[in-house]
Design a protein around this ligand. Sequence first.
Ligand code: NAD
Ligand code: MG
Length: 414
Amino acid sequence: MASVKSDDLHQAAQSMQIKQQNVTILGATGTIGLQTLDVIARHPERFSVFALTANSKVENLFDLCVKYTPRFAVMLLESAADELSARLKAAGLDTQVLFGEEALVEVAAHPEVDTVMAAIVGAAGLHSAMAAARAGKRILLANKETLVMAGSLFMQAVAEGRATLLPIDSEHNAIFQVMPQTQGRLLADMGVSRILLTASGGPFRNATLEELNLVTRAQALNHPNWVMGPKITIDSATMMNKGLEVIEAHWLFDASSAQIEVVVHPQSVIHSMVEYHDGSVLAQLGNPDMRTPIAYGLAYPDRLESGVSRLDFLKMGPLDFSAPDYVRFPCLRLAYEALDKGGTAPAVLNAANEVAVEAFLANEIRFMDIPAVIEAVLATSNINAVISIEQLVSVDASARKQAKSIMSVLKGAH
Ligand code: NAD
Ligand code: MG
């Protein structure tokens, strides 16, 4: 009889202890979705793909279904779902195809699902992320807009549903890594004095106001450090992304706006820091590659090989730090103001931003019109206390309408 090496026995015992996680990936065809699948594919013994969802790209979701054979695939539109279903049948696959927002909710809350990667972009990700929270899933939250729009209700749903919330945004993941025992605890009790949220500063970090007025779509889509979807890339260029992240940090870590400081750090090697009362500052470092926070979220509290190249301190060069400029990057100021105003203000900010970014991507407005539109929408919207998701959905719709009407005036003026 062949002898079994003790190493093999150890490995077998370990793999028996780890229950395979059924994973739903909301927004599977996006940048975060694809990187999640890349990490999952490295650990087939730990993860099984339960459902994959996409907005409209049938071809892309078809390819992913062939590769990962999920139980469910969801497209937003019925026509796209019909096309995907026919193609999967012809290929001999038995993946069940569903469509619409309700189907997103269904695969996020399905009883057989353990883990949900919430990686839809924008307010469109709200209902499915809420459903995962209510159903008590392990939620890997990339969709920061959910927290910006509905932070109080989402955190409440996480607590009531006994969900496990793991931030995937690299900064918040970094903060979580150096302060993992966060949920339900006050920063003061943990000895935390400040959260230092690092920002690359985007492609226009050193641009003058005159140059910012002339920025083109192609220039704004060219981020120096990260490869991301178009919306978050524009948000990074205006620094609204950092503003949304300040609000995200407020909800995730129960920190006041005064406790969250943005530090511009162009190399994106330090992904954020936490300062403690005794003067210690803990940081998480790594190469800018989202597979690190994704792998951390998937395996927490374990660590997994993620495919990310190692940080080489000897080749890295100097690390720089500076203060953000609220004059050239008014979006950051607007986000702090919305957070301080509270209530529905962040939902208004988020909706106006989504509409303005879409218009900029369609070459309908100029780069510096983005903050102007958001500021005008905030100034003309009623801000109320947050009561329900239905209320926030209607606030989102009116802010979008208001942004569009302000933009039609702007477009006429150009
Ligand atoms: P992306 O544009 O690359 O992908 C978006 C995904 O959402 C796609 O799968 C798309 O099909 C789906 N989608 C779009 N609109 C939809 C709709 N109306 N209904 C259903 N599905 C829809 O975006 P991304 O860069 O992967 O970002 C996803 C989220 O993660 C965003 O909230 C972003 O802020 C956040 N995030 C991304 C990064 C990054 O490095 N890309 C980093 C931190 C946080
Ligand atoms: Mg980020």
